[in-house]
Design a protein around this ligand. Structure first.
Ligand code: GAP
Length: 464
């Protein structure tokens, strides 16, 4: 059932132009995906709405677009060169490699099935008897007491210049926020900001994930939407803002129509926190492959700016102009993934309605990749087609609009339902007489008659 939903989403995503496997004609490449004509609209809407929410809504937050490649020392200072690791384990049977912390426990039944095989050596028997995990690929036993996991660094290395050598090695960024820390002083000086203030950025990040998977949930190239909130160096102050941002972020997902029962907070135990975090909470989504991290909210204290100050030798102290206090600001971070949000938006919106013989993506209209579809009732009646075309031309720059004259209107509705278009406009014979059209609502399938001249206002109101 679970796999069923994921395979339905994966297949719909490909069939209807949302998401394609990367480098498909060469047999694919694990952990990379391409966004098709509808996927890029959906993801762009997500990024635009995040920017509006974080940068335009909050007067104290400004935007940034920093380079993907930085001086390699950045990643030493940030701690990623030494601590950005996942435990890696190799299956003895199929020799595939997995993240040791994501493996399922082995059951007694699985063990006894394996032990019943005649051909096992005593050593193998011992290994299986004491195994604690199971290989997700071939189902063989994994014994993490014997095959202890090795730490594997997730940073993606790259080389600069014409001669490849360690001197010119650097990394594709593993998280976008480091570019924010590098520019904290520039922003402070150029924008006359006072603490508390924030810097927001959307951009690509790269991680050499050991086991990319669950479609676009865990990929090796992805986009992050991160905001770093600079505050007074004070524990109480940091706790106040941590709570504030947790709540703000949850409210945003709910405002975009995500089902409340599919979202929850999960606080990290101290031992699972990233090396930079004093406190960490995930907003999790109830995905078909269990509750999974959607967004991370972290109290990074003065870890990053202190380290960059130490490694670069540059003074990154903040001066309070009134009290003349000097300190390294603490940081509260909100870090969301645009690709994960695209996937979770597809999952959350997916509905099958056998009674209406349709699959429908019930996206919040602001997320919907196409807002309006315009149909001429008859594709061979020139006057109707011309009127439909002129409505399409009039709407398309303000609302992403699609023109469809293929097949009967019922089929066209089903096609638009499957990609989540909230409104379909049909031009019919009556339109030629009184300049009205029908507007059909995706969710309740009701139609109303609207004056053509009032359509822009009608959709603007609906999208507010
Ligand atoms: N700057 C903090 C940071 O990067 P993270 O928890 O490692 O924290 C933040 O990542 C968010 O980035 C995640 O909640 C997720 O939405 C997204 N993300 C992280 N790794 C990802 C991957 N391999 N594929 C897709 N999205 C990922």
């Amino acid at each position: 059932m679970i796999e069923d939903l994921m395979s339905k989403i994966t297949s719909l995503a490909k069939r209807r132009g949302f998401i394609f496997p990367g480098s498909e004609i060469y047999g694919g490449i694990a952990g990379f995906y391409d966004y098709g004509p509808l996927g890029v609209e959906l993801k762009n809407n997500i990024k635009k709405l995040w920017w509006q929410e974080m940068v335009y809504k909050h007067d104290e937050i400004v935007g940034l677009d920093s380079a993907i490649i930085t001086h390699p020392k950045v990643w030493e200072a940030s701690g990623h060169v030494t601590a950005f690791t996942d435990p890696l384990i190799e299956c003895r049977s199929c020799h595939k490699r997995f993240r040791a912390d994501n493996l399922e426990n082995i059951s007694d039944k699985q063990k006894s099935k394996m032990l019943s095989k005649q051909s096992l050596t005593d050593k193998n028997k011992e290994y299986i008897k004491n195994a604690d995990k199971v290989c997700p690929d071939c189902g063989y036993a994994i014994n993490t007491h014997v095959d202890t996991p090795k730490q594997f660094n997730l940073l993606m290395k790259t080389y600069l210049g014409t001669v490849e050598g360690e001197k010119d090695a650097t990394y594709l960024r593993g998280e976008t926020c480091q570019g924010i820390y590098l520019n904290y002083k520039n922003v402070l000086d150029s924008m006359w900001k006072k603490i508390p203030f924030g810097i927001a950025q959307i951009g690509k990040a790269f991680r050499n994930e050991i086991t990319p998977g669950n479609f676009t949930f865990r990929t090796r190239e992805f986009e992050q939407m991160e905001m770093q909130w600079f505050i007074k160096a004070d524990l109480k102050e940091s706790e106040k803002w941590f709570t504030y941002w947790k709540e703000e972020r949850m409210k945003w997902y709910l405002s975009l129509g995500f089902k409340k029962e599919n979202l929850r907070f999960r606080d990290h135990e101290p031992e699972e926190r990233a090396h930079y975090a004093k406190a960490a909470t995930d907003i999790e989504y109830n995905s078909p492959f269990s509750w999974k991290e959607f967004e991370g909210i972290h109290n990074r204290s003065d870890w990053d700016l202190s380290r960059h100050s130490k490694f670069s030798g540059v003074d990154l102290l903040y001066t309070n102009n009134e009290t003349k206090d000097k300190y390294i600001p603490w940081i509260i971070e909100t870090s969301a993934g645009a690709d994960r949000m695209t996937l979770f938006a597809l999952l959350d919106a997916y509905h099958e309605e056998p009674e209406n013989k349709r699959v429908v993506l019930k996206f919040h209209p602001k997320l919907a990749p196409v807002k309006v579809a315009v149909f001429p009732l008859m594709a061979n009646k020139q006057e109707i087609v011309d009127k439909a075309k002129s409505i399409f031309d009039n709407l398309k720059l303000d609302f992403h609009t699609m023109f469809d004259d293929i097949g009967n209107v019922g089929k066209r509705y089903r096609r638009q339902d499957e990609i989540g278009t909230p409104w379909c406009v049909t031009v019919d014979y009556q339109s030629l007489e009184d300049d009205t059209v029908t507007v059909r609502d995706r969710d309740n399938m009701q139609q109303e008659r609207i004056k053509i001249s009032e359509l822009p206002q009608y959709f603007t109101e609906k999208l507010k």
